[in-house]
Ligand binder design. Sequence first.
Ligand code: B3K
Ligand code: ZN
Length: 895
Amino acid sequence: MKEAQGKTIYLKDYLPPSYVIDETHLIFKLFEDKTLVRSRLLMRRNPAVGQQGLAELVLNGRDLELEKVILDGEVLDSQHYTVSDDTLVIPTVPDSFILECETTIKPQENTSLEGLYKSRVMFCTQCEAEGFRKITYYLDRPDVLSIFTTRIEADKTLYPVLLSNGNNLASGDLEDGRHFVTWEDPFRKASYLFALVAGKLKSVEDSYITCSGRKIQLQIFVEEKDLDKCDFAITSLKKAMKWDEDVYGREYDLDIFMIVAVDDFNMGAMENKGLNIFNSSCVLANPDTSTDQAFQRIEAIVAHEYFHNWSGNRVTCRDWFQLSLKEGFTVYRDSEFSADMGSRAVKRIEDVSFLRTVQFAEDNGPMAHSVRPESYMEISNFYTVTVYEKGAEVVRMQANLLGPEKFRQATDLYFQRFDGMAVTTEDFVQVMEEVSGLDLVQFRRWYSQAGTPRLDVSGKYDSQLNTFSLTISQSCLPTPSQAVKDPFYIPLRMALLDPQGKPISLCLELNEKESGDNDVSDELVLHFSEAEQTFVFKNVIEQPVPVLSRGFSAPVKLHYPYARDELMLLIQHEQDGFARWEASQQLALQILDELLLLHQQGKALAVDERITAAYASVLEAAVSDSSLDKAMLSNLLLLPSEAYLAELAEEVDVDGIHFVREFLRRHLAAELETKLLTVYEDCRNTVPYLFSAEEIARRSLQNTVLNYLACLDKPECWELIEKQFKTANNMTDSSAAIRALVNNPSEQSKALRDELIAGFYETWQHENLVVDQWFSMQSAVSAPDNLGQIVSLMEHPAFDIRNPNKVRSVIGAFCHNNAVGFHQLDGSGYDFLADQVITLNTLNPQIASRLLTPLTRWKKFSTQRQEIMKAALNRIKETPDLSRDVFEVVSKSLQ
Ligand code: B3K
Ligand code: ZN
């Protein structure tokens, strides 16, 4: 193990920088074998630290060949500085000075996709979090803000387009067929927001007039073949710009906003100032090649990156422990934007499903950390669902506590007070407190304590006193380095329904300490903050049914012993879309649990037909009332996913979960066949594709129903599927036809699936992003012997282990989403993943480390599986030259 590999960085050790960089001037000379980087930094001692700071200058740098260091015009002799793997140290510098460095880097050999690298024919950068240090020596930390100018020189034929942040200052021709462009970004920014792109790119252009009447030029740069897939992203960008003006009063600042699509990219996109770089899968779309889900994802990600211009770029993080300051807040902002663009209730359902499946599992695993982590070895490992999605829930709770007006006042103050600064989550909460007058002392535990709180709730109706008492207790399991948790403050937006499903006027008996809003209304927020509390409602004349968390008002696990008839009542009558859906999930969960127990005991499976009745009424409503939101209805028909069932289980019975869930799907399909067919016919439509909330909802319901019909194993249903595939005028419908067949083991289903999959490739082999979908459909096939298929997909000419999208669509889709295939008892899936992680460890540590997640969850499985999973982890751990990324995850998960 290298020394740097196991080094832990702690939040408590944070020190402000000893030096600041007022100006950063960069010159890049791009060549086919190397790039020369010359930096000129105008630096001085940090006045906020004064002489107390370190006198020596320590710059970060990695994988750089240092050619020359010049201090105030004098070339430094090598005895006046020291270079290590990670730093350049100059022991003595004046209080104010100009430092120039010349370095050589090899973007062509950079497979980590961090720093400056080559993606196919173009140069591009990814600097967050610590990639800038792979470009030049620098104070590569988010609290060092500088004005950047960047000159790029390159061959004019190969790289006619040269881009960086800010405004184009100058351009011109050079000798030998080369040219240059100089960019200046007038806004001070941290190095993680630096970007450079060079390539033979074409652009789609548009403009946007801001609320103050300024005209902003909008450009999306792509390879020529993708010019037909930019319109949607441009439209999304304009919607996001308008929304941020309307909802947050935020106007764009530069005169130009550029997006570049890149094929090789480690994540979704990056908010570099004025020059966002996107994974091509998160920006390129047209109806022929993209599903509704892909469109919605693009709309959300374009908005997310755009929103970062204020929540991230203008106001940034003091250190990387504060990452959720920008990410949690920006996810909250983008989810509200999406809610406003489409169906609010459905967006909430989707977000909560994701949170509960993925984030709750993270909270329960070896990498569990708080929204503001205390320590890390490799910061790239902390771009997590906890920092992003749970962080967004924590902002949402504050927004709800303050209410819309106060929250807007608070965000206005936050942006105004901290504009151009690097701040902390504490600064954010303080502003919320200052504006609202609320005491958020206990609330802050959401930032500092890891783990998902569990709430056990019981209800007691007293028909003599006409009271209903809710007793709630909270607990939270230990997480690494946090054995004991203090109670969280948990807001519960709740209601009580009478036996007819009507909300009751709530009158809460207040104790010595006020613990709830006292206004009489149908709904109130319980302020639950102690280990255990009882809330008593007066004037309740009949036994009520409680609704405990409308809109999922806090990220907790709620346990209430609902009787099934109570759930049926909520499914029929509850007015909050999320809570209604939640009741249907609870009903399905109870029934699936019961089936699993019967299956494990070797008994015959019998289904409680109340679920069939509930689904029947949803299907009837779909036909009888065209005003209902079909996306909501589609969600009401979805059984909890295998991944969520696994998350909820003490010990995951992989095959049992798959078996009973499929059994229930088939049972519902058989019982509801006629109704399903009616809804399918009702939803089928051959009008030209339209991306609208209503049309997306229609297709969603149609394809959910098709999924059930596919379970019936009937020739008529195969015909339907084949017909949908062949006549579809959009990717949503044609790929849904294939996906309807992935879980069906029957021979006819397999034969049809193979035929459609072959046809799909035939049609789309020239479209890189569609080929990714083609890969992932096959990786999702839930068959015990699917690993062989995965191995052969990796030999397909279109597969490339250096391309993260390909890795995700084959290896990721199999190991993360195909439990039955991955968790084979012979350990073949685990060995396969270990092999891939070991290969990727050298090529791309970030991707290697992310892929590892399913193995780290070994504690959730049977002892037999645990042993083989641990053996695979140990094999990875023994690999020489393990990257810091993989080392951190593998060592923490074996502790
Ligand atoms: N801020 C980037 C993520 C960078 C990830 C670095 N490993 C994208 C985003 O959250 O918008
Ligand atoms: Zn972000």
